[in-house]
Design a binder for this molecule. Structure first.
Ligand code: C2E
Ligand code: MG
Ligand code: MG
Ligand code: MG
Length: 292
């Protein structure tokens, strides 16, 4: 590995690097078994209407129950899955699983127009298989296309804008909704909004966390919300952890929110119980907070 460093120079391969490389190799090898061995599972984080405080949808988040490492989070293994070409297959599994769960909950709770958001990685969007996988997930589950939200990050739009624009058109033609995830953290966010038609803006947690005292809403956060409203987009504020953030965002017109204040990502059974509990409590301003 020191070859490229040139004559008379050497690269120190320290123990941290060794263990990082070993870990990486292990994840690579073990990932191949994860899907066939049924080691993936989805957890579902509620999306809450800030005014009614009711659950209007979920975001599906991937978990890997590794046989020896325990639960591995997506930010640790998804980049590896991308590198070894497994992301399309994993993504297809996520789409099917999430669509099936949402269709089941819709049948149990026809009174809620429940939506299901699924994250789509950059290379997934680049793959020609994505459209087929989305269509199959919808057909197999019976979930109405408009109930499925695909979350994209700005990086996918930057990578190959022409291809991205084409894919987005194809996805819209299927009738699914598109969300721009982690909005505000990518670069040249504003031009993306003009170039790529999306339905939903998910405002990144880093902006939500700038609400930290009793003062007015921080200017940039207020600007992001107003921008979304001006463009007639639905707004989801990510990562609400504190009461003050909830009230500021609600009063600022954010519309929808996710965060530990309401609920962490839930096991499928617990998400189902949450919906059942909500069905028992009457809607309306005086209803008890369903998630408290
Ligand atoms: P994301 O789509 O922005 O998802 C939100 C992340 O924030 C999730 O982390 C969620 O557990 C976490 N979160 C939610 N509420 C709070 C809060 O109040 N405070 C804090 N500190 N965190 C909160 P998670 O599950 O580890 O996922 C991380 C990222 O991995 C996701 O970011 C998404 O980009 C990606 N990801 C997750 N599942 C999938 C998947 O099935 N496919 C793809 N392609 N990417 C996925
Ligand atoms: Mg997301
Ligand atoms: Mg996000
Ligand atoms: Mg995020």
């Amino acid at each position: 590995w020191a070859k490229g460093a040139g004559r008379g120079r050497y690269v120190v391969f320290n123990p941290q690097m060794r263990s990082a490389a070993a870990e990486r190799l292990q994840l690579e090898q073990d990932l191949w078994a994860a899907l066939p061995e049924g080691q993936f599972r989805l957890v579902y984080q509620p999306v809450v209407d800030l005014v009614s405080e009711r659950v209007v949808g979920f975001e599906a988040l991937l978990r890997w129950d590794h046989p020896t490492l325990g639960v591995v989070l997506p930010e640790r293994f998804l980049p590896v899955a991308e590198d070894i070409g497994l992301i399309a297959e994993i993504g297809a599994w996520v789409l099917h699983e999430a669509a099936a769960a949402a269709a089941g909950w819709q049948r149990q709770h026809p009174e809620v127009a429940l939506s299901m958001a699924v994250n789509v990685s950059p290379s997934q969007l680049g793959s020609p298989d994505l459209i087929r996988h989305v269509r199959e997930a919808l057909v197999d589950s019976g979930l109405p296309p408009a109930s499925l939200v695909l979350e994209l990050t700005e990086s996918v739009l930057v990578r190959d804008p022409v291809l991205a624009a084409e894919r987005l058109r194809e996805l819209r033609a299927l009738g699914v909704k598109l969300a721009l995830d982690d909005f505000g953290t990518g670069y040249s966010s504003l031009s993306h909004l003009r170039q790529f038609a999306v339905d939903i803006l998910k405002i990144d947690r880093s902006f939500v966390s700038t609400i930290d005292d009793k003062e007015a809403m921080p200017a940039i956060l207020r600007g992001l919300i107003n921008l979304g409203r001006t463009l007639d987009l639905e707004i989801v504020a990510e990562g609400i952890e504190e009461e003050l953030q909830r009230t500021h965002l609600r009063d600022g017109g954010a519309g929808l929110a996710q965060g530990y204040l309401f609920a962490a990502p839930l096991e499928q059974a617990d998400a189902g119980l949450l919906l059942l509990g909500q069905a028992d409590s009457p809607a309306g301003e005086d209803a008890a907070a369903p998630l408290a």
